[in-house]
Design a protein around this ligand. Sequence first.
Ligand code: IDP
Ligand code: MG
Length: 154
Amino acid sequence: METTLIILKPDAVQRGLMGQIIDRLERKGLRFVGLKLMQVPRDLAERHYAEHKGKPFYDGLIKFITTSPVLVMAIRGVDAVAVCRNLIGATNGRKAAAGTIRGDFGMSAAFNMVHGSDSAASAQRELALWFKPEELHDFTPAREGWVYDPSDLK
Ligand code: IDP
Ligand code: MG
């Protein structure tokens, strides 16, 4: 089991897409272990996106993510990082494959609705930034016995 950080960005919240995006993640079989709506402080945005400092889109990105509330989620499953990145799709909504969240709901490279950690190491770093340990809930939803075969869990 792996846990990844997913953020529904301000455009997703403002456009009323939270439910549809959550539905895609939930019906896939992923487990929600942490979830909160929050206004992002600038220093947290800067730490989260530190790898992009100096890039042409950086200032706009920090303004975007701090301008209106986001929904922050910790999502757990086998290979959850890669599974979520596949569901989210390519960065630019105009190029993202149909069937992905960005491919189906977006037209922008910047306002692309969802953040998903890009590796297990990023997920660990980002989860520690956004969640306190007591905000993550360790439980096994009843359905998981029918989501995974025991061989998936080895
Ligand atoms: P990712 O979210 O698909 O992992 P990253 O390259 O990590 O994409 O970029 C982080 C975020 O910065 C993107 O999700 C998007 O909001 C924004 N961004 C990335 N590239 C561009 C760009 O070329 N123009 C405007 N915004 C961008
Ligand atoms: Mg990224």
